[in-house]
Ligand binder design. Sequence first.
Ligand code: CAA
Length: 383
Amino acid sequence: MSIIELTDEQQMIQDVARDFAENEIKPLASELDREGRFPADLVKKMAELGFMGIFIPEEYGGGGMDTLSYVLALEEICKACASTGVVMSVNNSLVADPIYRFGTEEQKKKYLLPLAKGEKLGCFSLSEPAAGSDAGSIKTTAVKNREYYIVNGTKNWVTNGPEADVIILFTSTDLSKRHHAVTAFIVDKETPGIIVGKVEHKLGIRASSTSQLIFDGCRVPIENRLGEEGLGFKIAMQTLDGGRIGIGSQAVGIAQAALDEAVSYSKEREAFSQPIYNFQGIQFMLADMATRIEASRLLVWQAARMKDRKMKFTKQAAMAKLFASETAMWVTTKAIQIHGGYGYTTDYPAERHFRDAKITEIYEGTSEIQRIVIANQVLKEYS
Ligand code: CAA
């Protein structure tokens, strides 16, 4: 419970997401993780619930709600299964959002509509084997050739890569100009010349898929360019500002799940003839876990509200992601500690939450990148 009031609509979406997550996702989460199986059926159901394009206007196939509704729903989904959550997060934040914000009317009709309805799935392809944090140094090239760009290069760490139908792709149209020549495209995955490369075996979020995408002479029509040539870096950064709110929310969901498990275990487990929650050593951990989660959630909600109010939210999104992801890592570590030896086994979900938490400190900008973004904004405020 929070003092921050939600509208009836926001409350409703949170309730729907909570019921769905609790009843349909949570019972499958351990199995999906163990088998590393993509949750295709759950993604279909999320589409039916309108979760794959929550804040996209209804005229473009979305739910017509706001970013706060999105993070409320996403937290609930991630509380049950962080893998299922990231599929939803990428489709909303990193694919539907940039097409809505930067796409032409034709692109919105052709691509946004089916993506926001969840009839198609999207992925975001920026990072490369040798360019992650330094996104301005990407080497995938797009060379204009009459009505096409010819794309060559290898992309890494693409969430949804194997399953996606549509790729938001970042290329360079002039390698000598670094970020000034980054150019974005909306690419049909079935275009000849696209190969799904190595599919990663991961520590956590094992039910979501992450792969390389290899572009080998792939011809992308000019009308599929997203924004002008050279504006791709800004499109990527502004898209990631929104994406970081989603990952913050994912981290809050993971941390909340770990706290819920830790409290319930501390009530059932006895030591020295009493339930372990009686011990201050446990209580202090629970208190710190709950406090950090609450602070994280408020940061996420603040960033979401600022996005909804069309305010500049770069700093707040980075703060929300940084604090929530480090909280998720800290809270899940404590949750295992409270479970003792059992927490270290796959008999309890605590270890899954711990493994899932780690990625939130890495993808969509590492914690170190978030600190750079925050520091840049803070220093600007004092200049
Ligand atoms: N909004 C709008 N414009 C922005 C911006 C923002 N948030 N951030 C930077 N810019 C603009 C700057 O104003 C600047 O513009 P000018 O050229 O007009 O001056 C330009 O972009 C370059 O900015 P910088 O000089 O700050 O760029 P940089 O090269 O130093 O990089 C960075 C800055 C913050 C480190 C950036 O590279 C970055 O965010 N790196 C991390 C990338 C990242 O998050 N990758 C994750 C990929 S997605 C993923 O994880 C996989 C998945 O599937 C989920």
